[in-house]
Design a binder for this molecule. Structure first.
Ligand code: FRU
Length: 484
């Protein structure tokens, strides 16, 4: 099989040429390039020997893999973290005029012994990296203290770090003038989803849709194996949640979206953009793919909307994704008395969009890949339910256990819109233009089955169904250079 054409290989989602990846790390835009670093094992297709892999892109979709950026050294492996550009050279890493350091802040991990925060820097736009000789820069002598996300807080001329005490289920905030000395400011948590350990925090500002100039702070993180967010205010010391406490808000309500973080340093004209790891630790090591293992979500842009008393983080794929769509077909007023399938398709890389009038149609099921994923809207409780089943080749108890998910539609508008991005082994579902996102992996036994819709209501009529094929982002890409 040709590279990027292997069974289940996504056509328009990022996967590495080979080997294991997990969390996106150090997402940053600089000098016309989006950089994505990620947890990467250059030696195999299961987690271990974590390094920071590296890919760059000019449009967030067509990625070019570069050699490994930050390497495991001795017993210290390179766990998750973030990257900043330091144009004021607060870190002092630039030694010549005009150099702008790009600085990675990551967790140095010594198995069962210690996790502490470290720096590495690049003076050549991320191409080569040096570890800081004074590492670690923040060490509490703990085994589960990780995933620093750092950003510049302009009003106080400071760097701010969000980092987790994973076992205590706390997010801590620190500040620094130079990235090297850190002062503790406050702790957040445990609250919300406290079932699993807490990982990968991020704190960022998100514009409020329809209110130019207004934004709120969002604190997002990964309580294993899912994600949650809080919306409120941050005064450069403490984060205060303003969403109803005791209620859980998730950036994604499906089984396969984890460790997402936002890009740093985006042009101010852009909305915040995040990428997550499309996987779930409970079965991630066993998903039936080779020679790579692990994929990234589509880049998603975010806005906030308030519905009743709740701030909702809306997310939708960035506009550049539209450029991959071709061969649009649409159908109107489709009766769902019988199961209705998109008449022709020979692809499992497509987008489909279903619109219904919620008064006329209170129950609808969208069938992806012959039952590999069923997406159901039930007007009774305004629920979106997804269920993996049927046509799935991955027979794994954890995968099967994590197969049914549900979210409540809060927008009470007259229309419901379900848009599904299907890409071989990934389905990203967006409801009502981003009010709800749900991501699930599928491994269809029988491939290239068209999507279908049906309802158990006799009066069922669907306003419109649209379907687009999707181009591969890998056709012109050469194989990544060997990372050794
Ligand atoms: C989250 C995580 C992080 C850690 C990294 C190790 O998926 O467990 O907490 O830094 O993965 O690869």
């Amino acid at each position: 099989q040709k590279p990027y054409e292997e069974k289940y290989r996504p056509a328009y989602h990022f996967t590495p040429a080979k080997n294991w990846i997990n969390d996106p790390n150090g997402l940053i835009y600089y000098a016309g390039e989006y950089h994505m670093f990620y947890q990467y094992n250059p030696f195999g297709d299961v987690s271990g020997h974590m390094h920071w892999g590296h890919a760059i892109s000019k449009d967030l979709l067509h990625w070019q893999e570069l050699p490994v950026a930050i390497k495991e050294e001795g017993d210290v492996s390179i766990f998750s973290g973030s990257a900043v550009v330091d144009p004021k050279n607060t870190s002092g890493f630039a030694t010549k005029k005009g150099q702008v350091p790009m600085v990675a802040i990551y967790t140095g991990h010594i198995e069962k012994v210690n996790q502490s925060q470290h720096l590495a820097y690049s003076l050549d736009k991320g191409r080569t990296w040096k570890k800081y000789a004074g590492n670690p820069v923040l060490d509490l002598g703990l085994t589960d203290f990780r995933d620093p996300k750092v950003f510049w807080y302009a009003p106080e001329n400071k760097w701010v770090m969000a980092v987790v005490l994973a076992l205590e289920k706390k997010i801590q905030f620190y500040s620094s003038k130079n990235l090297k000395t850190w002062t503790h400011m406050s702790d957040f948590g445990p609250t919300g989803d406290t079932t699993g350990i807490w990982e990968c925090p991020d704190l960022f500002q998100v514009p409020v849709a329809g209110s130019p100039g207004k934004s709120k702070w969002v604190l997002m993180h990964s309580p294993a194996p899912y994600m949650q967010y809080f919306v409120g205010e941050f005064d450069c010391k403490t984060f205060v949640n303003e969403n109803p406490p005791g209620q859980i808000f998730r950036p994604d309500y499906g089984p396969d979206y984890y460790a997402a973080i936002m890009f740093n340093n985006l042009p101010s004209s852009m909305l915040p953009v995040s990428i997550g790891w499309v996987n779930n630790w409970t079965y991630a090591r066993d998903i039936p793919v080779t020679p790579w293992r692990g994929a990234m979500s589509l880049p998603r842009e975010s806005e906030l909307r308030k519905i009743d008393n709740e701030w909702i983080l809306y997310q939708r794929p960035v506009k550049a994704v539209d450029l991959l769509m071709y061969d649009e077909k649409s159908w109107y007023n489709v009766s769902t008395l019988e199961k209705w399938s998109v008449p022709e398709t020979t692809t499992n890389a497509y987008v489909t969009e279903i619109k219904i009038d919620r008064k006329a149609q209170s129950y609808i099921t969208v069938d992806i890949a012959g039952g590999a994923l069923l997406i159901n809207y039930d007007g009774a409780g305004a629920k979106i339910n997804i269920k993996r089943g049927g046509n799935n080749a991955f027979k794994n108890p954890a995968f099967e256990e994590h197969s049914s998910y549900s979210a409540t539609v809060k927008d009470k508008g007259p229309e419901l819109n379900i848009k599904v991005y299907v890409d071989q082994s990934i389905a990203e579902v967006f409801v009502n233009n981003g009010e709800i996102a749900m991501t699930a992996q599928i491994f269809p036994l029988q491939e290239n089955l068209p999507p279908a819709v049906y309802s158990n209501r006799k009066d069922g009529v669907i306003q419109s169904i649209k379907f687009w094929k999707m181009r591969s982002v890998w056709t012109k890409v050469k194989r990544a250079p060997s990372s050794k």
